[in-house]
Design a binder for this molecule. Sequence first.
Ligand code: ADP
Ligand code: ZN
Length: 743
Amino acid sequence: MTAGSENSIARVVVDLALDREFDYRVPTRLSALVRVGSRVVVPFGKRSANGYIVGLVDASAYPRLKEIADVVGKKPLLGDRILELARWMGRYYCCPVELCVKCALPDVVRKAKFGWKERQFVKLGEISAESFVKLQNKAPKQARVIEVLRKAEGMFVSKLLQLVGTDAATVKKLAAKGFVELSERTEERDPFGGEVFLPTEPLVLTPEQQQALDLCKSRVAAPTTPVLIHGVTGSGKTEVYLQAIDYALHQGKDSIVLVPEISLTPQTVERFRARFPDQQITVLHSHLSAGERHDQWHKIRDGHSHIVIGARSAVFAPVQALGLIVIDEEHETSYKQEEAPRYNARDVAVMRAKLERAAVVLGSATPSLESFQNARRGRYALATLPRRVDHRKMPLMRIVDMRQEAIRRKGLHVLSTRLRDAIQVRLDKKEQVILFLNRRGYATHMFCPKCGYVGQCPNCSVSLTYHRKAEQLICHLCGYIERVPKVCPNPECRDPAIRYAGMGTEKVEAAIQHAFPKARVQRMDSDVMTKKTLYREIFNAFRVGKIDVLVGTQMIAKGLHFPNVTLVGIIYADMALHMPDFRAGERTFQLLVQVAGRAGRGDVEGEVMVQSFTPFHPAVQYARQHDFIGFYEQEIEFRQQLRYPPVTRLVCITARSRSESKAKFLAAALARELKKSLTGDHNVVGEPTPAPLARVQNWYRFQIILRSDQIMRMTESVSKVVAATKFPEEVHVSVDVDPISLL
Ligand code: ADP
Ligand code: ZN
């Protein structure tokens, strides 16, 4: 143990070993220069290494610390405000501040220099047809590189390697033969470089849009409360964002726009680029190459880009004069990061805006209960856009009662008679259909009707999903795969009459193909989407009418405009309702409304058909009426009765171990300590119980659910208790504040 004076020990992430932190003593001669975010040179083993300070502390668990050798550069990479934000995240989400700092700073920026692959640009050289054939026979990877380069002007080696799935040696061999040419590139890599678009002008707003915009502008001018725009799909929310950003620009302020990763499509980005043709708009998403990410980050930080669009982590974009953060589809669960730090970008955005005195605008057709309650209580200002801009009616939603269908047709069918007839009508008119089911595979269970055997994952407490085309049983949690058995695997039984129950997208596809042999059917789920480019290919094929029926999971549920889609079918609306989650009703409502938004975006009025076994569930009924307020009122009452968020706040602690008894024992010990330190009416500490997913990849999981009205105080106590608890090595504990999933 080393003790020092205040902040005399630096926690450093060394470029040579990025996944760990090492402690170093700060020599007095450097103490004035050293800050969190500083780049430093430190002794590392027998050599010296570059590193980056992620925290300053007073004491270290290690007895003999080496000293920091030097500080590089004048300016630390992280601004004071972002640093403060990271500290707040650490406290709020019960997470080491180093992790939050790492999260705010892309790896590639932290490492400062990036490698050969990111700097080298590769183009096709000269290669004869003969040599190419030779390559194809002798070195297929090299041949593949040539093929890819033939289609492109050239690209960074990193990108190429990613596309081909090979390593740098392959490229170097080709370069030695002159088949490809390498050059060094330091100029900026613009992932959208060379694209053209037609500039657009601001539209004349409807009175409701104008009100919403005025509210946003007033907040940009003088930040007070966040603004929530509750606007149905197609009501013109994006147009309001665009004009608010424009206003911010004129005030000399920067904007960040957060959208769910899945909505970060070229169409979305193009709308922004077209409106601000003179601006360098930065797009941050998970598919950027390291080099691109590096350039974009510096471009923003150096003040060359005033508009940033991105998914979750763009909330940390280092803009210099933050004026506005827009969070579109604010209810989306993908804003929550499911690994430490388990932050929600929406909530971090609100905090960042507060620290930097900027405006926050949240938008959704189906706001989260949390945000809408904030609006009701006056913590957020509310703007409502109740109508589609084009005055088109909301699509008609019909509910098919599958219980009656099952009685009438003596059994369960994928397609009800009504849905099948409706599809027929649309196909006859050469219109398009989208069918939605949020589960992939063919059947959800394999079972033996004779002995009752059910195919279970040996590593997880879930049943295996049957994939017919692949003839496999797959665990959707851990990826375990088994061949489909010919007879019941129970050695006492061995009956050949194995059956399958439940359905997934593969079965829907088969059912459609069977019912409409001439229809062109395409499935879209993560089994089909083995390549990123397929996503675009399939959507393009659908757009130009080469596909009649698109069957898919949540991948197809949002964000896209298809004018010729006149029927959307939801195969099994109740699926989310049966999840062990207090938000099941909210998720179902959101899903139905969002999916319904896909229908009838063109000139023909759309129709939505929802198959349900619980047609009178409020989530289904309110969705049918497109009645968000009605849904909110009844749902919030349910939350009040059971004291669930947003009425109270939750923390979910999970202890996991390979040993069931150790996980259980530790959860019990933690619960005891938590009960001791969290007293009073504000706090409830639940009993430790096995998690709904009791075993995942052979990790046994136990949960403790905590509730509180005073979340900051609760997380403070939780951090203390967790820090003071001695964990046996084989047990891991995670703390999830404001959890989205309680599985
Ligand atoms: P949302 O983001 O709420 O789904 P959008 O902003 O995408 O809605 O608007 C839907 C469509 O209506 C877009 O094609 C958009 O260009 C158009 N639109 C939006 N506002 C107006 C307006 N004031 N006048 C005319 N068209 C508009
Ligand atoms: Zn498994």
